[in-house]
Unconditional design. Structure first.
Length: 486
């Protein structure tokens, strides 16, 4: 199950002494890693997901609640960094996986554009807290772990491959290498090369050079290849931006400029502003319940796919495809959703960009502790954390996409009853821009094919139950109309 490791053949440092407290707690030597690799992996993960400190405030800050109120961008930056720091460190210490946690993209858009317009911000965040609490209950009862263990191993492998394509696609889109075709073009082609069908502009050149540099370093098994690529291209981007007078808009969310000030005081004004049941009074029981159902299902399977995918790439799954310490890992992930709602920065969940750290050789929770420490530092150094443009970080996602893609070889493509669901799982993730949608497509097709082939008894009862939930998930719009929630 273990995917390629960038520098597995040439350790950067000696393993910690077998009896050291650090080694005993994180099992560093047992997992074939070193403290140096864990630190590099934690730093690489932070830089590939530091964009959330910019993007989450933009998404939530652009939303307006029922009463016309906006959330403060400065307070959102603080809340986003704080929860990411605490919960990522908790995942490292408690779950011992190289898995970072931060505000979930997609989930924050649901909060900003679906929940908030029907209630106040505290009410919307209260539903997020409730969603996280329900996930924790599912973990405590053992149901969430049972569902993960019931999924066939080839589907888990397909989830990892799908995530690889998904994050590579994210890299191409974030860097501007691939863009949405304007609707005015009246074309059936949804994406194109560059902004106009051709590559142009210094930022895209920085990305292209970054991809070539990173994959070349990976191919040569250079120690710290991904991190070297990110840091090098950030320096190049700063130089290019200064020398070529590139318009700020060309870089996207993060402009590679040395900030006027490095230190900024955090603003904790949003912490604790939530109302668990206020949304039911404001939007009605049916509407609020459907919102919670959507959040639970999306968070549940987004996190599940990410946890399985990252653990598989790190070579940590056992022969039955199970994740180590899964009970604690899932509970921490659910608690992160609660913490995100309580801090008004939306539901927090496991991040697929953690694969960048795994690509650097991270195999334990020590990497997550390092990533969490950097998020804590970002509370005070947020201007510095926002220097890395997506064009410098995105090449890492492309390279890691390749590493995750390698697991496709473990799937038996001659057995159609598993190959077709695996293919749909892989394809639906990048094509619908959602891990949850890919998992849903895989589940439903797996059940349907087994049923048609007369092999329904081979399907675990929990897989049947989850498939029913996915039917409701994909049919949420007509269900809302039927129940009068729209």
């Amino acid at each position: 199950m273990s995917g390629p490791v960038v520098d597995a053949q040439t350790p950067t440092s000696l393993p910690p002494p077998a009896g050291s407290a650090l080694n005993r707690w994180f099992r560093i030597a047992e997992r074939g890693s070193t403290p140096g690799r864990e630190v590099r992996g934690g730093v690489a993960t932070f830089f590939t997901m530091a964009y959330i400190l910019v993007l989450n405030p933009i998404i939530l800050g652009s939303g307006t609640d029922k009463y016309g109120h906006h959330l403060s961008p400065a307070q959102l930056v603080t809340a986003t960094a704080l929860v990411a720091a605490v919960m990522t460190a908790a995942m490292g210490v408690g779950g011992n996986l190289p898995l970072a946690i931060a505000a979930g993209l997609g989930l924050n858009a649901v909060v900003a554009y679906q929940l908030a317009p029907k209630m106040s911000w505290p009410d919307a965040m209260g539903l997020v807290v409730l969603e996280g609490a329900l996930i924790c209950v599912l973990v405590a009862t053992g149901l969430r772990e049972a569902i993960m263990n019931a999924i066939p191993l080839p589907i888990k492998q397909a989830i990892s491959v799908g995530i690889g394509l998904f994050i590579a696609f994210i890299g191409f889109v974030d860097a501007g290498f691939a863009t949405r075709v304007p609707d005015a073009a009246h074309t059936t082609v949804p994406v194109q090369l560059g902004a106009t069908g051709t590559l142009s502009g210094w930022p895209v050149l920085v990305f292209c050079v970054g991809v070539l540099l990173t994959v070349a370093l990976v191919a040569r098994r250079v120690k710290g290849a991904i991190l070297i690529g990110i840091v090098t291209m950030t320096v190049v981007a700063i130089i290019v931006n200064s020398a070529a007078n590139v318009p700020d808009a060309a870089w996207g969310l993060t402009v590679p400029k040395w900030p006027h000030k490095v230190v900024a005081s955090p603003d904790f004004g949003l912490i604790g502003h939530f109302s668990v049941f206020g949304g039911f009074r404001e939007a009605g029981v049916v509407t609020a319940s459907l919102f919670v159902f959507t959040l639970v299902l999306s968070d549940f399977f987004d996190a599940m796919g990410t946890i399985v995918g990252i653990s598989g790439e790190a070579g940590l799954l056992d022969k039955r495809g199970r994740v180590p310490n899964i009970g604690r890992v899932l509970f921490i992930d659910g608690a992160a959703a609660v913490a995100g709602g309580a801090a008004s920065c939306s539901s927090n969940t496991a991040y697929v960009e953690s694969a960048a750290g795994v690509g650097e050789g991270a195999r334990t929770g020590l990497a997550s502790v390092v990533t969490g420490a950097l998020f804590a530092l970002a509370l005070f150094l947020s201007p510095l954390a926002a220097v890395v443009p997506s064009q410098a970080a995105a090449p890492a996602l492309v390279a890691v996409g390749f590493l995750l893609m390698a697991q496709v070889r473990a799937i038996d493509w001659t057995q159609y009853d598993i190959a077709v669901p695996a293919f749909l799982t892989i394809a639906a993730m990048p094509f619908t821009y959602s891990i949850t949608n890919g998992i849903g497509a895989g589940f439903l097709s797996f059940v349907a094919i087994k049923l048609v082939l007369g092999k329904a008894r081979e399907v675990h009862p929990l897989v049947w139950a989850v498939s029913v939930c996915f039917v409701a998930y994909f049919a949420i719009d007509p269900i809302q109309h039927w129940l009068g929630a729209k």
